[in-house]
Write a protein that binds this ligand. Structure first.
Ligand SMILES: [Zn+2]
Length: 342
């Protein structure tokens, strides 16, 4: 739909009216990174960055026209069956970037918007970006004209007897295709095996993120301060795999170890989990749901799109992607509350 049409519909109040008829629900918003200039990190973080000015305008909108509630309040409403306040919104952040603390926190506090920060524990502890950023950087910045995935091609060779097929890296589109293929393979790995895979590709493409990119992740001290400001810290796994694509024992380690490490370092219970969705679907399953329950999580959020309503299962909550603009967020929220898919 055209922007002018969206503006006309928003101004008419029709969506808002429809929303009131749809019954109480909460919109859990999924943010990642907020930077003064998102283009600075385009080759590593890609499209997940909000500009500081847009984020400020979005939080001002939430405080003025919606009802920001915390994730713990959301749980309380779901447990008791008590209706959500009208137009409830929950702000969440994935991954654990330092800008969450440096840029987003003062804005959240200014507008009294409570937030939940899901952190990738291995990335926080070892000061390195989650693997999708490392692979994106490698494929965008490499000077190689082509790339042959030695390991997956070896597998193809044995079954089809075909020659290894090199990926052409001559155009941005070619590079993106090769990057996405590498993501499909890497998201099925975790821990040391994943690290080896990423290291091999960085070596093959003869590139690696600059040392200082590690300072883009939050520290434990900063996580403690977020909690001190009344915000919630949750787990986003140890090493950011696709949980549904892992072996059961690897998935178990990602769920349990990240919870234990955060709890022992922060000295507080970690009750909330967020499923990474780096590539491939599904990114959660009945098995991971049962595992997350057994490990002791109260809630888990996914990247499936939708609102949270009474009766929803706490361990696979849906979220909405906030668009990068103020009007886009307003449109998505009003559409979702009015019962339209976004
Ligand atoms: Zn993530």
């Amino acid at each position: 739909m055209r922007d002018w049409a969206k503006k006309t519909i928003l101004a008419s109040g029709a969506l808002r009216l429809a929303g009131d008829l749809h019954g109480p629900s909460a919109a859990i918003l999924m943010y990642h990174s907020v930077l003064p200039d998102p283009s600075q990190q385009a080759d590593s973080l890609g499209g997940i960055v909000h500009s500081e000015s847009a984020f400020r305008a979005q939080m001002e909108l939430l405080a003025r026209d919606y009802h920001p509630i915390s994730l713990d309040q959301t749980v309380e409403h779901l447990r008791t069956g008590e209706d959500f306040p009208k137009r409830s919104v929950v702000v969440t952040f994935d991954d654990g970037y330092v800008d969450n603390y440096e840029v987003a926190l003062p804005i959240l506090d200014q507008f009294a918007v409570p937030a939940t920060f899901y952190v990738t524990v291995d990335c926080v502890e070892n000061k390195r970006l989650p693997w999708p950023s490392r692979l994106r950087f490698a494929f965008r910045r490499t000077k190689q004209a082509s790339w042959t995935d030695s390991e997956s091609d070896a597998k193809i060779d044995s079954t089809t007897n075909s020659n290894p097929k090199p990926w052409n890296l001559s155009s941005p589109l070619n590079r993106e295709e090769a990057f996405l293929a590498a993501c499909d393979a890497c998201c099925q790995l975790s821990g040391a095996v994943q690290e080896e895979f990423v290291g091999r590709i960085e070596h093959e493409l003869q590139t690696s993120l600059p040392e200082q990119s590690g300072s883009l992740m939050m520290s434990y001290k900063q996580l403690r301060e977020l909690a001190g400001h009344g915000h919630i810290v949750g787990s986003h796994t140890m090493t950011h795999p696709n949980m549904a694509q892992l072996r059961a024992d690897d998935a178990q380690r990602e769920l349990a170890e990240s919870k234990q490490r955060l709890e022992s370092t922060l000295g507080a219970p970690i009750k909330h989990f967020s499923y990474p969705c780096p590539a491939l679907e599904p990114h959660w399953s009945e098995r991971t749901l049962e595992q997350s329950r057994a490990v002791g999580y109260e809630t888990a959020v996914t990247t499936n799109s939708g609102l949270t309503r009474r009766g929803d299962q706490l361990l696979c909550l849906k979220r909405l992607r906030p668009t990068k603009t103020l009007e886009g967020l307003r449109w998505n929220l009003e559409s979702a509350f009015a019962g339209r898919a976004v």
